[in-house]
Design a protein around this ligand. Structure first.
Ligand code: ATP
Ligand code: MG
Length: 163
């Protein structure tokens, strides 16, 4: 059973299309790390996913606030951008353990900045610059993540090749 999908050389529309396919397949919640350099497309992915979840509000950037929280129906959705934190201790006020309740979905840009202060990921998405395009991958790193990725497999198959 593959725990990873990737697709190389995608444009922004393709990334948005892939992100939208994650909506409705993360109903059980979980933690999704979004990795990649500045401008790689992490926020683009998060916004497309949250928009498809119908968060129903203008989606703000958490660049300065560190976290923006929404609801998709009964499901809390939290979007974090940790680029600006200097050390993991700055995360204490966020009450991260509490965010995990209620089958919440947690999307984290720059998770590397938090070290062990973050809950462990279920899925890790990586974006890399490839000229004008991007290389995309999603890796399941927990049992729940693997279950989500299995659910996604059929939806992603037309656009994303299994590795
Ligand atoms: N294939 C692509 N996928 C995603 N974004 C693309 C793509 N091609 C071009 N772009 C552009 O690259 C930029 C990606 O910006 P975005 O804010 O999503 O990156 P980021 O990874 O969140 O960066 P940061 O680390 O600063 O938060 C946008 O301006 C977008 O229009
Ligand atoms: Mg961003």
């Amino acid at each position: 059973m593959s725990d990873r999908f990737e697709k190389t050389g995608i444009d922004e529309n393709e990334l948005v299309a892939i992100a939208r396919k994650f909506a409705g397949r993360l109903d059980a919640g979980g933690v999704v790390f979004l990795k990649g350099e500045l401008g790689a497309g992490k926020t683009t992915f998060a916004r497309a996913l949250m928009s498809a979840l119908g968060v129903g509000e203008r989606i703000k950037s958490p660049t300065y606030s560190l976290i923006e929280s929404y609801r998709s129906g009964q499901q809390p959705v939290h979007h974090l951008d940790l680029y600006r934190i200097a050390h993991a201790g700055e995360l204490e006020w966020l009450g991260l353990p509490d965010l995990l309740d209620d089958r919440a979905l947690i999307l984290v840009e720059w998770p590397e900045r938090a070290g062990a202060a973050l809950p462990p990921a279920d899925l890790v998405i990586e974006l890399r610059h490839a000229g004008e395009r991007r290389d995309f991958s999603v890796t399941a790193v927990s049992a729940a993540g693997l279950a989500s990725l299995q659910g996604l497999r059929g939806a992603l198959a037309p656009t994303v090749g299994s590795t």
